[in-house]
Design a protein around this ligand. Structure first.
Ligand code: SF4
Ligand code: SF4
Length: 319
């Protein structure tokens, strides 16, 4: 059962024609107790593609995509694909590039919805960005094993809802039915859970959850002008982009600046962080939660903490 706020949200949902409208409504909401995020899979702009039915894991839908289908590769043109941190990790490794090289060659910067935080989007072909994805081939997706999360979800979208005071995030799926996609006419029936497993989504959600949390939290604070009424400044936005997209630079930031003099990281964790990129991303999310929202995700070293308290007292005249 949901909380009171989630119930309100449920009621509002039933009155909306489609989930995208619901997203806009949610993002305009001044209720700061509910954090929401929609990660959809809408590729084009042909009408109202979202089926406003929430799907749970055991719910079934008919869909199949294969090379003999009339619309083969149509969805890989002009697609709006936000790359999650794990997408960038997987794709840059795929091309044996650093994250910085990958970002420069294949992405464009963008701001993510109401969170107003910088993200990278896949750069589509053509001057108007309506051309083919750089990874599209006649045989389909040339990076299939490392394809982005959005391409894995398709034709599902995911809506995450979380009450601010609670740790649990409720995810709901919904179906995106774009008119050009003939896959919905196919007879193959599968549950949402089976589709998710086939698409390897668990790893992406596990690694990206901290990033999704940050986007949800920031969007929810926006109604108050930012965390505790203060906008996130440009420098912090740049830090967010660096830490969530460029693992090599973030590793240098951790190991070659005063980071380890500031935060308590034990020896075992440090050894893992030197080589494990996904673990480093988790540290990046914890660090960002701590500097954006004062969350106790990282412990400051005692001396640094005492220095910060002394400085605060000096600046504010507090006893
Ligand atoms: S990454 Fe692959 S599946 Fe995704 S839009 Fe590009 S070609 Fe299509
Ligand atoms: S069936 Fe849908 S997902 Fe598959 S190629 Fe056609 S448009 Fe793309």
């Amino acid at each position: 059962m949901g909380t009171e706020n989630e119930d309100e949200f449920e009621n509002a949902a039933s009155q909306e024609d489609e989930l995208l409208e619901m997203d806009e409504e949610a993002q305009r909401s001044t209720d700061q107790n509910v954090e929401m995020n929609i990660f959809d899979a809408v590729r084009g702009s042909d009408g109202n593609p979202v089926d406003p039915v929430r799907l749970q894991g055991k719910d079934s839908f008919c869909f199949s995509c294969h090379k003999d289908i009339d619309c083969w590769n149509e969805c890989c043109h002009g697609a709006d694909i936000t790359l999650t941190p794990n997408c960038i990790l997987r794709l840059s490794k795929h091309f044996e590039q650093t994250a910085a090289e990958f970002l420069k060659e294949y992405t464009v910067p963008a701001m993510f919805g109401m969170a107003d935080l910088p993200v990278a989007k896949l750069k589509m072909g053509g001057k108007d960005g309506k051309g083919a994805c750089p990874f599209m081939s006649d045989d389909g997706c040339s990076v299939y094993e490392d394809r982005p999360a959005t391409c894995r979800y398709y034709p599902l979208g995911i809506l995450s809802v979380k009450h601010k005071e609670m740790a649990e995030v409720n995810d709901f799926h919904f179906l995106v039915k774009e008119t050009h996609c003939c896959g919905h006419k196919e007879s193959k029936e599968q549950t949402v859970d089976a589709y998710r497993e086939e698409q390897g989504l668990e790893e992406f959600e596990r690694v990206n959850r901290g990033w999704t949390d940050l986007l949800m939290k920031m969007a929810s604070w926006k109604g108050l002008g930012g965390p505790w009424g203060e906008n996130i400044d440009t420098r912090k936005k740049q830090m967010f982009f660096m830490a969530t997209t460029d693992v090599q630079t973030f590793r240098r930031f951790v190991f070659e600046t005063k980071f380890l003099d500031t935060y308590e990281i034990d020896e075992e964790a440090m050894a893992i962080l030197k080589t494990d990129d996904q673990a480093l991303l988790l540290l990046a999310f914890d660090w960002l939660k701590s500097i954006f929202f004062n969350e106790p995700t990282l412990s400051m070293k005692e001396l640094v903490l005492q220095g910060s308290i002394a400085q605060y007292r000096e600046e504010t005249g507090a006893a």
